[in-house]
Design a protein around this ligand. Structure first.
Ligand SMILES: *Cc1c(COP(=O)(O)O)cnc(C)c1O
Length: 441
């Protein structure tokens, strides 16, 4: 059996329908360099989705390679339960320094667990203070926080989450500020204002039973790169403050420069109580995640053993030293390079704007280095393609032949390149994609 045959025989790929996977030509990646990937047949591709939203500075980055190698020479893993180590301590200090006002770092190893930790801590925070009534969360439709059951419970994507409904804890779901398909029939920015008002009403009505509000700030990423209109985030923060519920932000996708700010919270200067980070935290090198907390939350967990205030939660590979070491270098490099990266955003915006004129393009939205192009069958009526047509998927498969790896969210074509991409390289993606969509069918 060759590699492809073995893959088809032995592997169950994530988020993959196998009837389709069996039909598609398989790309088996062998190596990467900068923003490029090479497959085992020697074909070269631009990594147009940053290896699923994790890569910032390119593959085989010399600084990051060296950070892993140096740590490898010391130790690859040692437990964080009852012991500590230098990379995790130094990374925690750095994260707190750049965070929007947070003071404590809890380590885990993927975005879903970072969210689970945030939810469990928020829940126990009230219990530790004797408040038993608060047992639910408010989240957003079209929200995505990961695939473990707690994260699914606060998720709002019917296609991914619907089947597990009975397995999940109950949550309140506020409208998504999705101005292109506003559930109130409004447009930008009125849609955002009304969504924020609706959320406020829901919080007010339920404040006695809410632990917190969980949102992806600025961009609902997996929901289809849905960008929140200005003022929305600030309004949600005010609602959380006025009603004394915790504000949990999931910056797993948006964190570390992706939206044009180090954290998306900075767009409206919001100060969360809890923040989940993963994806770009190691620049795409190793799995790592953190949940950051305000000191008041941490303090509520101190007490005698008999008081049962301890947070009994931890993952075996928590704070893996290799991952922490590369994360430190990744963040330092980001801070050094961010000004030069940001200079490209104007160009990117202009490039993306061109797509609006195409008949099959209903909406173009994004900010910084994360963009989505929503394809529609009928532009005027905003009619969607049938799910079995797999339009987004087929376009992305065609893009592979043109040397670009993209992965859609339904019929939203996502362009989310490493921040280190050059303008002419970005233009190669957009030129190919523009021609492809223009000539589609
Ligand atoms: C990807 C993602 C997650 C889940 O992270 P995993 O590492 O895949 O578990 C959670 N929240 C957001 C906003 C994400 O984009």
């Amino acid at each position: 059996m060759n590699l492809e045959e073995k893959d088809r025989k032995f592997i169950w790929h994530p988020f993959t329908q196998f009837l389709e996977w069996e039909r598609d030509k398989m790309v088996i990646i062998e190596r990467g360099d900068g923003i490029y990937l090479w497959d085992v047949d020697g074909n070269k591709y631009i990594d147009g989705v940053s290896s699923l939203w994790v890569n910032l500075h390119g593959h085989r980055n010399p600084y990051l390679d060296r950070a892993v190698i140096n740590q490898l020479k010391k130790i690859s893993h040692s437990t964080f339960l009852g012991l500590s180590h230098r990379p995790a301590i130094e990374l925690a200090e750095l994260l707190i320094k750049i965070s929007p006002g947070l003071n404590r770092v809890f380590y885990s190893d993927n975005g879903s667990t970072a969210v689970e930790v945030g939810l469990k801590v928020a829940y126990q925070f009230f219990r530790n203070q004797g408040v038993k009534k608060r047992d639910t969360f408010l989240c957003l439709k079209n929200g995505y926080h990961g695939d473990t059951i707690g994260a699914v419970s606060v998720g709002g994507i019917e296609l991914f989450h619907g089947v597990y409904k009975k397995l999940c804890f109950k949550t309140l779901k506020a409208p998504s500020p999705y101005c292109y398909r506003c559930e109130f029939g409004l447009h930008y920015p009125q849609c955002g204002l009304l969504c924020a008002e609706e959320l406020e009403k829901m919080v007010k009505r339920n404040r006695d039973r809410l632990c917190g509000i969980i949102i992806e700030p600025k961009v609902q990423a997996a929901g289809g790169i849905i960008v929140m209109p200005e003022g929305y985030l600030k309004a949600v923060e005010e609602t959380a403050r006025k009603n004394d519920v915790l504000l949990i932000v999931d910056e797993v996708a948006t964190g570390f420069g992706r939206t044009g700010r180090i954290f998306a919270c900075e767009h409206e200067d919001i100060k969360p109580d809890i923040m989940a980070l993963s994806k770009s935290i190691t620049g795409g090198y190793l799995p790592l995640a953190v949940t950051l907390f305000k000191e008041e939350i941490f303090s509520a967990f101190k007490g005698k053993h008999s008081e049962r205030k301890t947070f009994y939660h931890g993952h075996t590979y928590t704070a893996n030293p290799l991952a922490c070491a590369v994360s430190i270098e990744n963040i330092k490099l980001l801070l050094r390079k961010f000004d030069s990266y940001k200079k490209k955003i104007k160009f990117i915006e202009k490039e993306m704007d061109r797509f609006k004129e195409l008949p099959l393009v209903g909406d173009v939205r994004g900010c910084g280095f994360m963009w989505g192009i929503e394809l529609v069958k009928d532009k005027r009526k905003k009619t969607q393609f049938h799910i079995d047509e797999r339009t987004g998927h087929r376009i992305c498969m065609e893009m592979r032949k043109r040397g670009v790896i993209l992965r859609p969210l339904g019929d939203v074509i996502v362009i989310l390149p490493p921040l280190s991409i050059k303008e002419r390289e970005f233009k190669k993606i957009t030129d190919s994609l523009y021609d492809l969509i223009k000539g589609w069918r």
